[in-house]
Design a protein around this ligand. Structure first.
Ligand SMILES: [Zn+2]
Ligand SMILES: [Zn+2]
Length: 314
């Protein structure tokens, strides 16, 4: 069985409070289980609660052993690292994976920087868990026992990886922080920085990368996708910030025959009331067009917005 539990669903910054009780205020952290095997995606502030859960439950059955996949090192995806309590248990074994993209800084050094005395009172030397770090590019990793992970570069201001976990015929895909690939070069011939070759290459690259995303999502049982903005918000100056819209995620999930789309990485300004309304809207909207077309092909995508504490199965 391949399952997911959401420990943090929010993007950018934690935002606890009376208007985020239903969908949660903690930032990205997913617990994925391939039967008993533990995978974690990102260590946002949700990792504090996951850590406590693992110490309370998993450690009674044996040492905590996990593969942790970091999508990228923006704060909202790593800030829970110093508070992940299995780090303080000597028998814990963690393999931390993440993209190579940080100049001279390794994934290990960035995570450890958070424990510098300017930022945090606990020293790295006080963490007793056994940790191994591995840096990833676009690749396929065989983790053994039928568990395979495929990676795909996403479109974000820093290199960021999407993960596709495949286990015994089931699949869970993550695609955040991400916005559709687009041509980065000016296409307006009257622009002083217009370059015909660059404009054409930029267009081709965007098309190719968007096609690769389609292949990456194809027939996924569960797709956890960035939906930080509505289309209206995105078109109001948010292009280039590295986040997708509800409309884009829903359209692509339908097109690629995804079974369950879970919208994720909620904007801090999106309250419970707004997200409940969006969920209703986007569950109904595709019925007018996309969903009908998908139904005629014998395919429908179930759409939900991620709530902290929610679980789902592939
Ligand atoms: Zn983020
Ligand atoms: Zn980010």
């Amino acid at each position: 069985m391949l399952s997911v539990r959401f420990w943090g669903t929010r993007g950018s910054i934690p935002c606890p409070g009376p208007s985020t009780i239903v969908f949660g205020g903690n930032t990205s952290c997913l617990e994925i289980r391939a039967d008993e095997r533990l995978i974690v995606v990102d260590l946002g502030t949700g990792a504090r609660l996951l850590g406590e859960f693992l110490v309370e439950n998993d450690s009674k059955k044996g040492p905590i052993d996990a593969d942790i996949f970091i999508t990228h090192t923006h704060w909202d995806h790593i800030i829970g690292f110093p508070l992940f309590s299995p780090l303080f248990i000597p028998t814990t074994k963690l393999r931390l994976w993440g993209p190579v993209s940080f100049g001279e800084k390794t994934l290990e050094s960035i995570l450890k920087t958070q424990l510098d005395y300017q930022f945090w009172p606990i020293r790295m030397s006080e963490l007793s868990a056994k940790m191994e770090f591995a840096e990833l590019r676009e690749t396929i990793i065989d983790l053994g026992n039928d568990l395979v992970v495929k990676t795909k570069y996403l479109n974000h201001p820093i290199l960021c990886l999407g993960y596709r976990f495949e286990y015994r015929g089931k699949s869970v895909v993550t695609a955040y922080d991400h916005e559709p690939f687009y041509n980065l070069f000016p296409t307006d011939k009257t622009s002083p920085s217009y370059d015909e070759y660059a404009a054409q290459e930029g267009e081709l690259t965007a098309v190719e990368e968007n096609e690769k995303m389609i292949e990456f999502f194809k027939d996924a049982d569960v797709l956890i996708h960035d939906s930080q903005y509505t289309e209206k918000e995105y078109n109001n100056g948010k292009q280039g910030w590295g986040h997708a819209t509800f409309e884009y995620a829903v359209g692509l999930a339908q097109k690629t025959h995804v079974k369950k789309l879970i919208l994720f990485h909620h904007d801090p300004s999106h309250t419970d009331a707004m997200l409940e309304q969006f969920e209703q809207d986007y569950q109904q909207k595709p019925a007018k067009g996309l969903l009908n077309r998908a139904k005629s092909l014998g395919n429908t995508t179930h759409i939900t917005i991620a709530r902290e504490g929610m679980t789902t199965e592939a």
